[in-house]
Design a protein around this ligand. Sequence first.
Ligand code: ZN
Length: 195
Amino acid sequence: MTRTTAVPLAPRLRRRAAATLLPLLAPLARALGYRLLRIRDRGGLGLDDGAIPYGTSVFDDDVPGVANLDPPFLAALRRAATDAAADGIAFTVNSGWRTPAYQRRLLREAVAEHGSPEAAARWVSTPETSSHVSGDAIDLGPADAQAWLEAHGAAYGLCRVYRNEPWHFEHRPDAPTRGCPPLYDTPASDPRHQR
Ligand SMILES: [Zn+2]
C-alpha cells in the first residue's frame, strides 16, 4: 500500500481510536475534575450549548444538557433510572437539552451526511420544532437501557416516539393510564414537525 492511499484512512482510524479510548478515560478524567465531551459535541460546542460529557447520568445537575430538561420530565427519568438500577441497568445520557445553535449544527451535519434537507429530516428536526431544544427529549444509551425503558417507561410517563430512533424518549404524562401512543416512523412523519 502506498503512503498516498494510507493518508485518507488516518483521520478515520484516529477518530475510531478516540471513540474507543475516550469513554474508558472518562471516569479517570472525571475523578481529576475534568469532563470529556463526546466526540460529536466537539468543535466549538460547550456544556452551555447542551454538549454532554461521557458517562453522564440523569442525576448530573452540573451538566446543563440534563439540568435544563423540563423538571417533571427529569423527575420521571430519575424515578425510572433508580428502578432500572435495581435491575442492574444503568441509564447513560447521550443527548438531552440543546441550544438552537447546537440543533442547527446537527441539522447542517445531517444534510451533509444524507444529501438533502428532506433526507436529513428523517433524523434531525429544526431548532424551531426539536423537542431537545425545548428540553422535552432525551437520547438514552446503552441498548439495554433503551430496551428497559421501552418495556417499563409507560408507568413513568416515558415513551419512545420514533420507529427509527430506539434511543429517543419523551415525557407523556398520560402514559401511566393510557399507555404510550403509537410510534411515528421517523421525525419527518411527526405532525409536530410539519411547519
Ligand atoms: Zn433525540
